[in-house]
Design a protein around this ligand. Structure first.
Ligand code: HEM
Length: 487
């Protein structure tokens, strides 16, 4: 709806014309207010309820609609209908975000960026809720609340504390790869348009013959990678806190539509068990030499949301929203996420969150037997609300979306199966060694600037030990830089 299209008098929420929106009603001139002034009461009460809980993570973000176009034949690997034909287009909505900051936080900060993509496919919505980093800090969902507590505000000081962040990272050596990534040049993208996206986890694809493949998604920015240095970011965050959100909106407004080239790495299922490291470990990338990135599509963003609250704040993305031909892997992080998001949506937006225009299917309709609840819109009318039924209601298909995965052993609180080259440091060291001398210098400066703020030497020493384990030179230089700053 355009801003000009609203005609007619101002009304109450119930549609009655409003006579005076400037003066509330009083008993006599200069007297107290009256309970019969329902306009005043309605306005104040509505205003008090304008906010819903912000996302517990990724609260600060911006979104846009667009199109995904298939550019290569993916049918040997998946039977997903939206990937079935070269040239086929699917509407998408993409929400970018930072992780730790609250709703009003500045965009230009060192933090991973969320890359949450909803494909409105004819077989239902497929949500790929990824980041701009191919890896993550931890590899088991049970550690996520503790990890995020260290990133967010301390219960006593009310601020993010270097002590908490580094204490957790030092005690969680599996974070070394992602921390190296985050404090390197790509840790502060110049905008949402100038960064890559990743599905990060390993997912299952299955084809029409029932064959299973493990896949990782890559979204390569066609705008080119552009980053900010720490100093540039500090300045921008102060001068233009909404820099990323503004950049995205303005580029779409001027018709400069950002695009990403979409690719996948594909591992035949049989290769997983004996791969050199656990292929479901979210702290590791699959080297391209082992599994090259195969291009499958193009993503374009070309339409801004009309209303940020309705379409961005109330948008919900669920890693458990799969479509036929795509499913989960045994990645222990992903398994936790399959629960966490739907639960967050029920709390944050309500039980009918999936009925909102931005969240509901656009290329098909939802035909569930779920009914009622807060803000139910009555969409099912008089249809029967149970199954099986003999009135021609929607019925189960008997066709699972994904193929079953084999399991072995006993139940128990246990780590993922070990592989020959499982190791928390090798890929962090490889990333460090890949960097130019200048990049290494900036990485050390960025890390040392933050690590030097910790109050205890043992916390700093433990953190440095992880980087030393990744690469002796890395650890040595960081130690010297931290000592120089701490005096
Ligand atoms: C948002 C949980 C790991 C990407 C969220 C939200 C929760 C959550 C509860 C807020 C959802 C909402 O209110 O709508 C978790 C848990 C994790 C985990 C329990 C680990 C076990 C990850 C990982 C990634 C990721 C590994 C990326 C690879 C995102 C993104 C959003 C988000 C992009 C924002 C979605 C949006 O734009 O609405 N996460 N998360 N999370 N998470 Fe995670």
């Amino acid at each position: 709806m355009s801003v000009e299209s609203t005609t007619g008098p101002l009304t109450t929420e119930a549609g009655a014309p409003v006579a005076d929106n400037q003066n509330s009603e009083t008993a006599g001139i200069g007297g107290p207010g009256l309970i019969q002034d329902q306009l005043l009461i309605e306005k104040l009460a509505h205003f008090n309820r304008e906010r819903i809980p912000e996302r517990i993570v990724h609260a600060r973000g911006a979104g846009a609609y667009g199109t995904f176009t298939v550019t290569a034949d993916a049918t040997p690997y998946t039977r997903a209908a939206f990937l079935s034909e070269i040239g086929k287009q699917t509407e998408v909505f993409l929400r970018f975000s930072t992780v730790a900051g609250n709703l009003g936080a500045a965009d230009a900060v060192r933090d991973p960026r969320g890359f949450a993509l909803k494909f409105y496919t004819e077989e239902g919505n497929y949500d790929l809720v990824g980041n701009n980093t191919p890896v993550f800090f931890i590899k088991d969902a049970i550690k996520f609340p503790d990890f995020i507590h260290t990133q967010k505000r301390d219960p006593y000081t009310g601020s993010q504390e270097a002590d908490n962040v580094w204490d957790f990272w030092g005690l969680s050596p599996e974070s070394t790869h992602q921390v190296t990534w985050l404090f390197g040049d790509r840790g502060i993208p110049a905008s949402y348009r100038h960064m890559d996206g990743f599905g990060s986890h390993t997912f299952q694809w299955n084809n029409a013959a029932g064959e299973v493949f493990w896949v990782k998604y890559h979204f390569k920015t066609d705008q080119g990678i552009e980053n900010l240095t720490q100093d540039e970011a500090n300045k921008l965050a102060g001068e233009d806190p909404d820099s990323h959100q503004r950049d995205l909106r303005e580029s779409i407004e001027r018709g400069d539509f950002p695009t990403w080239t979409v690719g996948v790495q594909i591992m035949p299922a049989a290769e997983a068990a004996n791969y050199r490291f656990n292929p479901f470990d979210l702290t590791k990338v699959w080297p391209h030499a082992d599994y090259p990135v195969i291009e499958i599509g193009k993503l374009e963003l070309n339409r801004n949301p009309e209303n940020i609250f309705a379409e961005v704040e109330q948008s919900v993305f669920s890693p458990h929203h799969f479509v036929p031909g795509i499913g989960p892997s045994p990645d222990k992080m992903l398994q936790g996420r399959l629960f966490a998001y739907g639960d967050a949506h029920r709390y944050r937006v309500g039980i009918n969150a999936d009925h909102l225009p931005v969240n509901r299917p656009h290329a098909t309709e939802a035909r569930s037997h779920g009914r009622d609840g807060a803000l139910y819109d009555g969409r099912h009318g008089r249809q029967k609300n149970y199954e099986p039924n003999s009135f021609g209601g929607p019925a189960q298909t008997g066709l699972p979306l994904w193929q079953p995965a084999p399991v072995a052993g006993s139940t128990g609180e246990q780590a993922a199966p070990s592989h020959a080259e499982d190791n928390d440091f090798v890929q962090a060291g490889n990333l460090y060694r890949l960097m130019s001398e200048d990049e290494k210098g900036r990485l050390i400066d960025n890390l040392a600037g933050f690590l030097a703020k910790v109050s205890r030497d043992d916390i700093a020493a433990r953190a440095i030990e992880n980087f030393r384990n990744a690469d002796a030179d890395y650890g040595k230089r960081l130690e010297a830089a931290v000592q120089a700053l701490r005096g």
